[in-house]
Ligand binder design. Structure first.
Ligand code: HDE
Length: 713
């Protein structure tokens, strides 16, 4: 790919635009909101030192009133999120498909703001919930703002917006006792899922490792819906958008997720923040799957059905550009909380399809911002402001920030010289794709949406053995938390429609038989209309044996950049070995952390002081990707005395991570479960750093999993 010099003007302009709103109190005197200098903010105005507070105290009233109102309603879904700024660069023009400036001008560096989120939990819920992750990108383009509001899974639970409140009510905490928080493992969710077969595809993804990412930086993103790209001749191509992380797609195990939630509920948020802060900027390549208009009906599924993906084996993903996140927000509330994404924010060159879920979203997001941000002027909040000027006849409303000039606010007019005037197509005026429609008005669903089992089965068939085991474990855990036998039976029956062996394994774990039929016929279970009109689901098809892109076993394993490596050490540790390993790891971009019996600093065997990153009492093995023990007789003696070090190593072993030791470090292993497994390919004893590095890059040694199962931590 030819290297191009990028125009940075748009990025710089956006930063400048926001700059005027950024406020720093450095070296400034404290004032009220009216600019009055304040000389006491610790005491209220009283009638005498021990007297009552006076109503006159305007300073107290201003401070407390503002405080009383400093919360806004959290998002009804996707409440917990983390954001970052960055930019998008296009590799090569895709002019033949789209006329959008962002897809044709390779000299642009388009500013973006991205917000990642979980779906079900409240704003303060832990990051490692088993859940879908939101992946919302705001592109501040020269033709207006484009929001690509996607998820980290390529399909959605439901086919029609009408079912969204039901889906969300079923997964949210149950309304009588508000339990459980940020968890799908409960009766109401499975009552709904087991009766709504269209959910089963997204659901099996949610049971896979995709729902517990190692890092927000190591997950894919998808636009989900089929959109349209429109070129300058007005021709349409169908398109699916993909974000591919340059670090590959990696996850933790469920057991780790549970422990991480306790050890650091902000694990993902902190990981994103620290990586950007350290200059390890997360990157994703943008890919597109393009389907010509003429091929709309070529597939054995409907392109408008958001519960279906287009297998990459059938339509390859073309990589067209890269997004880099290089700046943390200055203020969480002003930026990450107030950012408002709307799927309806598009630019010329991109258009919608009739996907009934997308159509519903076009209404919902604007509506939700009104109750969340409280005003139709939410586009004037700095983070939501487009980089291009805004001129129209909309006026007033809560928190109007502009001071529009002129006598009138209507169109057409002559008093204002017919301004703002309408943009002709040549000036970039938006026009809709002229899709021909000739249909009856109906409330119903196309028969082409009725196949609910083929793609969950394709997904499951495409997984590696260890991934399949994780899926079975997830179903077993989730259903094990349900209390109603009939719900579990119905779920087992549905899982059996996807894969009979999978259903048997889950049934065994639940201590239940897989039923041959369920009480209600499936068509009723998925909600046929009141007249019982039968519609779905249809028969399972097998149009592809497997799609390698669906398995994380086929992701990238070529980097240890940003991986967290715990070095277990105490006074007297072997400086030479440590330095050699640390230098090698850091050269590859890993983050090396010294874990010691106490905070402050420790001394190595050459009597040098080393700053400790964490005392063993304040951290946990699950927060790291690999463990290194440098040795040094005195140090190892000290480590052996603390049970937590033994647990730390055993846990790393259990979770199939790479472990390296040098010198006396080996004797510490003899106190752990590793003792009898020193030949494991990811255990390195006095080996070259490069072997350890290779093991870390593999993410996990899944071959160890049967042995690891037996580790009692
Ligand atoms: Fe959303 N969704 N959604 N959703 N969604 C919201 O909008 C909604 C859907 C997604 O970081 C809400 O601003 C309906 C699919 C993300 O701020 C709300 C339907 C996909 C985010 C809403 C869907 C998403 C949201 C809540 C069915 C993946 C977080 C707060 C028709 C393609 C954006 C808000 C952020 C947020 C409604 C389905 C992704 C209530 C009605 C499909 C990433 O408007």
């Amino acid at each position: 790919m030819a290297k191009k010099s990028k125009k940075t003007s748009e990025e710089t302009q956006k930063i400048k635009d926001l700059e005027q709103y950024r406020v720093s109190s450095e070296n400034k005197v404290m004032t009220t909101n009216q600019g009055l200098k304040v000389n006491d903010t610790n005491n209220s105005l009283k009638s005498g030192e021990r007297g009552s507070t006076l109503l006159e105290d305007f300073l107290l009233r201003e401070k407390i009133t503002h405080f009383d109102h400093e919360r806004i309603p959290e998002r009804i879904v996707h409440a917990r999120g983390s954001g970052a700024h960055g930019y998008f660069e296009l590799y090569d023009s895709i002019k033949k498909y789209s006329k959008a400036g962002i897809f044709t001008d390779t000299a642009r560096k388009t500013p973006v703001f991205v917000r990642f989120s979980t779906v079900a939990g409240s704003k303060g819920s832990p990051d490692l919930a088993r859940d879908v992750r939101g992946f919302a990108v705001k592109f501040y383009t020269e033709e207006g703002t484009w929001d690509l509001v996607g998820n980290n899974m390529p399909i959605f639970f439901i086919q029609d917006a009408m079912k969204f409140p039901d889906l969300v009510h079923s997964v949210k905490p149950e309304p009588n006792n508000e339990i459980p928080q940020a968890a799908s493992a409960h009766d109401t969710f499975y009552d709904f899922i087991s009766r709504t077969t269209e959910t089963l595809h997204n659901h099996i993804w949610a049971m896979s490792d995709r729902a517990i990412p190692r890092s927000l930086r190591m997950m894919e993103g998808f636009g989900i819906h089929t959109f349209r790209l429109i070129n300058d001749k007005g021709e349409s191509h169908f398109v699916k958008f993909h974000w591919k992380p340059t670090l590959g797609v990696h996850s933790v195990t469920w057991e780790e997720a549970v422990k991480i939630n306790g050890a650091d509920a902000d694990f993902h948020r902190r990981d994103l923040w620290e990586a950007i802060d350290a200059g390890h900027f997360p990157e994703w390549e943008l890919g597109i799957q393009v389907v010509p208009q003429a091929d709309e009906h070529k597939f054995e599924f409907d392109l408008l059905d958001p519960t279906k993906l287009i297998p990459e084996e059938m339509v390859p993903v073309q990589i067209i550009g890269k997004m880099t996140l290089n700046r943390n927000p200055d203020n969480f509330f002003a930026e990450t909380e107030q950012v408002a994404f709307l799927p309806g924010h598009i630019v010329p060159g991109i258009d919608f399809t009739n996907d009934p879920l997308l159509q519903g979203r076009l209404f919902s997001y604007r509506d939700t911002q009104l109750s969340r941000l409280g005003t139709p002027n939410f586009h004037q909040i700095p983070i939501n402001k487009p980089i291009v000027p805004v001129h129209n006849n909309q006026r007033d409303g809560h928190m109007q920030m502009d001071i529009p000039k002129g006598q009138g606010a209507y169109f057409p007019n002559s008093l204002m010289g017919s301004c703002p005037h309408l943009a002709k197509m040549a000036e970039g005026g938006f026009t809709h794709y002229e899709e021909r429609i000739d249909a009856k008005k109906i409330r119903g669903r196309s028969e082409s949406f009725s196949d609910h089992f083929s793609q969950p089965a394709l997904f499951y068939r495409s997984l590696a053995d260890w991934e399949k085991e994780h899926v079975a474990g997830a179903y077993s855990f989730e259903l094990g938390k349900c209390t109603h036998k009939e719900i579990k039976e119905r779920m087992l029956y549905m899982i059996a429609q996807i894969d009979t062996d999978l259903a048997k394994t889950v049934g065994k774990n639940l201590g239940m038989k897989v039923p041959k039929s369920v009480e209600e016929p499936i068509n009723q279970a998925i909600g046929a209309d009141a007249d019982g009109k039968k519609q779905q689901p249809g028969k399972k098809k097998n149009y592809l044996e497997s799609d390698p892109a669906l398995s994380q076993a086929n992701t990238k394993f070529d980097s240890i950049a940003t991986r967290q490596i715990a070095v277990l050490a105490a006074d007297g540790f072997d400086m030479k070995a440590y330095k050699k390993m640390k230098t090698a790891l850091e050269k590859e971009g890993a983050m090396v952390k010294l874990i010691a019996p106490h905070g402050g600093s420790i001394k190595c065997d050459t009597d040098m002081e080393h700053e400790v990153d964490a005392a063993i009492s304040t951290t946990e093995s699950v927060l790291f990707d690999a463990v290194y023990i440098p040795g040094g007789e005195k140090a190892i003696k000290a480590l052996k005395k603390e049970g937590k070090y033994i647990k730390f190593i055993n846990e790393a072993f259990k979770h199939c991570k790479a472990i390296a030791v040098d010198g006396d470090g080996e004797s510490l292993l003899d106190s752990t479960f590793v003792k009898d497994h020193k030949k494991d390919t990811a255990i390195h004893i006095n080996g070259a750093p490069k072997n350890f590095i290779n093991s870390i890059a593999q993410h996990r040694n899944w071959d160890r999993r049967a042995v690891a199962e037996q580790v009692p931590v």
